[in-house]
Design a protein around this ligand. Sequence first.
Ligand code: F0G
Length: 458
Amino acid sequence: MERWQTIIEPFRIHSVEPIRMTTRDERLRAIDAAGLNLFNLHADDVLVDLLTDSGTGAMSRDQWAAVQHGDESYAGSPSWYIFLAAVQELFPFRHVIPTHQGRAAEKILFSVIGGPGKVIPNNTHFDTTRANVEATGAEAVDLVIEEGRHPEVEHPFKGNMDLARLEDFLAARGADVPAVFVTITNNSGGGQPVSLENLRGVRALCDRFGVPLFLDACRFAENAWFIKLREPGQAARSVPEIVREIASLADGMTMSAKKDGLANIGGWLAMRDDALAERCRNLLILTEGFPTYGGLAGRDLEAIAQGLREVVDEDYLRYRIRSTAYLGDALAADGIPVVRPIGGHAVYLDARALLPQIPPLQYPGQALAVALYVEGGIRGCEIGTVMFGRHPDGSETPAAMDLVRLAIPRRTYTQSHVDYVIEVVRFVAKRAADLHGLRIVDEPAALRHFTARFAPVG
Ligand code: F0G
């Protein structure tokens, strides 16, 4: 047992970025001009930006030093070999294909393995993953355990795949499945981890049906930390050891280094299969770049390599997971409905529960996100019917949940920023009954949440 209760940030601040203070009136004008869509705001008009934990973290002194070490040779850069070694130290896949971010890896992989008639099971597809599957004409199916569909239900590994449903699914449609995916942690389901035991179960099913297993591994270090904390028999293992076991269970991965790469840009696609890798590399050259840099500069490759060494540090992970829980636990203690247990990278407010007067097709998550911005300048992100309600055939149905995600950028905000967020969310939650629904006045064909414009209902 540690002697002290307070888990401090295991770093000091070395360089600061100013935050421009705004008034409620200024924010009302800004959100009105943005069509009530927080993606359309000028970031200078945001006080605490919890839109995403993707690419928004602070790099370390050693990462900035690594940037200086970057070598920009077109082919065979030393920075590429440093990147490759750092990736393979944790994920020893034979083929590593660098991309400019996670969705570029998805686009390449699904262009090769997807297509009409194909179907990809996942615990829960993230929005870009689903969109990249569907863009090829393939189908994306979510098979997370039942507990993972209910915000208030406690479960240590709420991101787990429902093995019984996956088994039935593979028995019925195995021939159409080019790969099974598991997302660690399960972002769209609340940043919830997947256990090693569950991954072993998925592996066994994939072996039985002869289907490869891929990881969407954006938050692999946070997932491994939860395994160390929560899974019987794992407490004494190091985080890299757990990560290597996770990798050993899979045939390949997609990765956004903007999350647990601790970098501002980057990603990769990795796999064991030689023939698949060759087809992916050919597409890479077409759309991203030469195989030793992909969509990245040598300096980015170096920043990621150093980030991968830092992200598995236990002092970092202890602070990281604790600081997310600090926000979530404070809100839950106040009776504000949040997804339980608190996830790794974000706290998810249950807007459907908090705003029962707003039906799902009037977007309670969007209404709550707008209110948090107007009152306190906090930018969260709707993860609900705006993001997932529109289907490729043009129909619209309520998403499984209507959440507002408050994602915590890595190593960026201090405890007083978080205390401020707690105060603002409490204020808005007390007045939840006064909030009204929204309607969409303009939307694109796919990924509408990024650019749709809204107006109040009535
Ligand atoms: N998979 C998951 C689980 C993700 O969370 C993301 C991105 C991606 C794939 C795509 O990676 O952004 O590098 O292209 N999630 C960010 C978020 C955008 O806010 O959760 P990318």
